[in-house]
Design a protein around this ligand. Structure first.
Ligand code: ADP
Ligand code: MG
Length: 326
């Protein structure tokens, strides 16, 4: 690299680390390790995510979009656990030290770190095919993390925000947006997911289980069902399709049927899906995000879909594990 590894770190990443005056960081970027103080009475919650060129994104994806997606996906996992974000480490593999790229990437990352109160505490920088990895660290009071296990029969199934937008944004970017009203909003939903950190914190002591929607609602909800059920007491779900929260932009661009399909199976919305004992619903007020109740946990051992009371099946490849009621 024309710009040496150490100069690169010093110029683009050390300033980010210094920007946060975080008392929990006893020693940040610059030594062999960071030294960190964990608040008493809390557990450390850790998650790591990678973006690899050619696998997760196309060549020439702008650096600021990569920073947003990397950060959003990683911090969303903390949100899903009800954790308060604290620190991030960053492993970058770069084909070359492109200063414009580094400038855009580090600027966006720094902006997001400030916005979410996260300190960059270290990383690794190597040369090779473009790949970005972020490990995030957060805290929960001991025993208070929201897990995938914990859902019970009768619990309400809820989601935050609107679903399917990210998949719609990707579709528009690849094949064009049929309606100009969706261009800005849907592209943004794809490029710059908003991890629902405040909502995750608000659900502590309320939600019985939670997950962030990264693979698609059906897939991620089935993780909750699997983790919460037992071999002799499996759990299922009943979902009301008309209750799926859809954006006007998604529906106006792609129609309601397609929007619903993407709400069920499109990935990377990074909204939260959580289960809630019904008696807790009235206690959820002043939430930082809109939430929608979309169904109920059952003991069916299957996810069943209903459209205004009528059971229905999803068509299309990939969903044939759903029983066709006809
Ligand atoms: P070592 O060789 O001991 O692993 P490095 O030379 O890789 O140390 O890194 C020097 C310092 O810079 C370390 O504190 C490391 O955490 C930090 N660092 C390296 N790359 C990055 C990066 N991309 N972002 C933030 N900090 C980084
Ligand atoms: Mg190193």
């Amino acid at each position: 690299m024309a710009l040496g590894e150490f100069d690169l770190i010093k110029r683009y990443f050390a300033p980010l680390a210094e920007a946060s005056s975080d008392a929990s960081v006893a020693l940040g970027v610059g030594d062999d390790c960071a030294i960190l103080n964990c608040p008493e009475g809390h557990q450390l919650v850790v998650s790591i995510d990678s973006l690899v060129e050619g696998t997760h994104f196309l060549q020439d994806t702008p650096a600021d979009q990569l920073a947003s997606r990397l950060f959003g996906a990683a911090v969303s996992d903390l949100a899903a656990m009800g954790a308060k974000p604290a620190w991030i480490t960053l492993a970058l593999t770069l084909p070359q030290a492109n200063e414009l790229w580094l400038e855009r990437f580090s600027q966006k990352l720094g902006q997001l770190c400030l916005q979410y109160g996260i300190s960059l505490i270290g990383g690794d920088t190597t040369k090779g095919p473009l790949s970005l990895t972020a490990q995030v660290h957060g805290f929960v009071p001991v025993g208070k993390a929201l897990k995938r296990s914990g859902a019970q029969k009768g619990d309400l199934i809820c989601v935050s925000g609107r679903l399917g937008d990210s998949r719609g944004g990707l579709e528009g970017l690849l094949n064009g947006f049929p309606d100009s009203r969706g261009v800005e909003y849907l592209s943004e939903r794809f490029f710059a997911p908003s991890p629902r950190v405040e909502l995750g914190l608000a659900l502590t002591d309320k939600a019985s289980a939670a997950i962030d929607i990264s693979d698609g609602l059906l897939s991620d909800l089935s993780h909750i069902l699997k983790a919460s059920g037992a071999a002799d007491e499996p759990l299922g779900a009943r979902l009301q399709l008309e209750a799926l929260p859809l954006s006007e932009e998604l529906v106006s661009c792609f129609g309601e049927d397609q929007a619903r399909q993407w709400a069920l199976s499109g990935g990377e919305d990074f909204e939260l899906c959580f289960t809630l004992p019904a008696e807790h619903l009235p206690t959820l007020h002043n939430l930082p995000e809109a939430i929608a109740v979309i169904g109920k946990i059952t003991d069916d051992a299957d996810i069943r879909l209903y459209d205004r009371g009528q059971e229905c099946a999803l068509s299309g490849a990939g969903y044939d594990h759903f029983k066709n009621p006809g």
